[in-house]
Design a protein around this ligand. Structure first.
Ligand code: ATP
Length: 459
């Protein structure tokens, strides 16, 4: 067991190191000594992340007649967060170790030590921490402050506004406040959804596990509005299946994905059901995506707070009502991390270890690498011509440095599905060698047929 955990830790370390070495993800502000749990996406990381977002938008917005997209602001009216309950209730329990001064999630420390879930019960957490002499995971002491609540919204100030303004802790709020604009301007007919991709900010007490828990991250969310008396359970199940389908499209293995249903007694009073899509990360089975039935809570709250009617008019049956909502939510960085973990392979080839990221083609940062065998003009000129022809249709990279073996290794490590090698034979047969990332098989293809060849392979 211990060995297995070690293996998993080693695997995470390998992924973190590959991400930095190969330009996927860098620790933020390294030249200033780093900045706690913040990361930059490098040249390949941003391609991977954008491809995941594009795939999501295509699947849930462009391919559906019942979902439209919006892009709302990060800084929203302060009343919105009062109405949604975030000002009063978006908090986690924290506790400090008096000896080493490190801060922890109190409920997590208690649950790890006792197996008991005490979420929301501050006093019980303090008593348990002290009576059971639970040890600080950092220094081993057992000297705790009281557990207390901490609101996770980032506050800021805005010129001309007296109230505190918050950086949005989720993207959903921006969707609800535009419900009326969307129903007034678009021909949406219930059931319909409004989708959005954007940044969210949470002042997490403990961030970590690489890009799993960040303070600044992106969400892809849909509010799917349904009739209040609709038969919602089949729709809920359908959304769960779509979330699982998306995990497969970004390359996650079926056996690593599972469901976790929140117990009824822990649901918010307005929620009928919440199920998380879980992924087997090397540091445990954790939430990847969420799906919640939120009833009419959000629209009703915003209607009360704003004094505006937020209803749907059903013209066919001449009736007005406040729709209920199903909320499928997806984390972008957690998708990126799960995709990296699933794609990571080590294989033995001729006594050496080959590291290869076997991304699905749709999300690979680079589709095709064009590699002339030598830097000399006689090869680099035709190779650049191939690059210039293919680059408008596919994401391509041109690389003429180092030996061909090293270049293949590099492309395997960034998950490029195809390498095109231009060699001296090309000058005679007007053909190139196409190498497949997964099988390493090489095929000779005429330059004039390359575009069609890749259209078929890459779609
Ligand atoms: P957790 O229990 O892990 O804190 P949550 O239940 O608070 O997550 P939601 O509020 O349901 O998360 O947020 C929707 C999605 O946003 C999550 O499923 C996850 O993919 C992503 N997400 C939430 N918090 C973070 C974070 N701090 N860093 C990165 N992604 C996050």
């Amino acid at each position: 067991m211990a060995e297995k955990n070690e293996d998993k830790q080693v695997m995470m370390e390998k992924i973190v190191s590959l991400c930095k070495r190969r330009g996927f993800i860098f620790p933020a502000c390294e030249i200033y000594g780093g900045f706690a749990n913040a990361y930059s996406f490098g040249p390949y990381g941003v391609e991977l992340k954008n491809n995941i977002k594009k795939l999501w938008w295509k699947k849930f917005v462009h391919s559906r007649e019942d979902i439209v997209g919006i892009d709302g602001p990060i800084l929203l009216h302060p009343k919105l967060w009062e109405a949604s309950g975030h000002v009063a209730g978006f908090k986690d329990a924290m506790v400090d170790c008096k000896k080493c001064k490190k801060r922890f999630r109190a409920d997590h420390i208690v649950e790890d030590a006792t197996g008991e879930d005490m979420e929301g019960r501050l006093e019980d957490m303090t008593i348990t921490l002290r009576e059971k002499k639970i040890k600080c995971p950092n220094c081993g002491a057992s000297d705790w402050t009281e557990a207390r609540n901490f609101n996770m919204m980032f506050q800021t100030q805005m010129n001309g506004i007296e109230d505190a303004v918050y950086l949005r802790p989720e993207t959903a709020g921006a969707i609800f406040v535009d419900f009326k604009n969307v129903t007034d301007s678009m021909r949406v007919k219930i059931p319909f959804g409004i989708a959005q991709i954007g940044k969210a900010f949470r002042n997490e007490i403990v961030a970590g596990n690489f890009i799993f828990r960040l303070r600044e991250f992106e969400q892809m969310e849909i509010e799917y509005f349904i009739e209040p008396d609709a038969d919602w359970e089949p729709l809920f199940e359908k959304w769960l299946e779509l979330q699982e389908e998306f995990t497969r499209e970004i390359g996650l293995r079926k056996e690593d994905v599972s469901r976790y249903e929140h117990p009824k007694e822990k649901l918010s009073h307005y929620s009928k059901k919440t199920i998380d899509t879980m992924f087997k990360f090397p540091f445990g089975v954790k939430e990847l995506y969420g799906l919640a039935h939120r009833g009419e809570f959000d629209l009703t709250q915003h209607s009360k707070m704003s004094g505006q009617k937020l209803e749907y008019y059903d013209a066919e049956n001449n009736k007005r009502y406040t729709p209920h909502v199903l909320e499928p939510t997806f984390g972008v960085e957690r998708s990126v991390l799960a995709a990296l973990i699933s794609a990571y392979h080590e294989e033995e080839v001729k006594g050496e270890v080959r590291v290869v990221l076997k991304f699905p083609k749709a999300i690979a940062p680079i589709h095709i690498a064009i590699l002339p065998l030598s830097k000399k003009d006689e090869l680099s000129v035709p190779a650049l011509e191939i690059f210039n022809n293919l680059k408008s249709k596919f994401i391509c990279e041109y690389d003429e440095t180092q030996s061909i073996g090293k270049r293949y290794r590099r492309q395997d490590e960034i998950g490029t599905p195809y390498c095109v090698t231009v060699d001296f034979e090309t000058l005679n047969d007007q053909a190139v060698t196409v190498r497949d990332r997964d099988t390493m098989a090489q095929e000779r293809i005429k330059i004039s047929e390359l575009e069609n060849y890749f259209k078929e392979k890459l779609g």
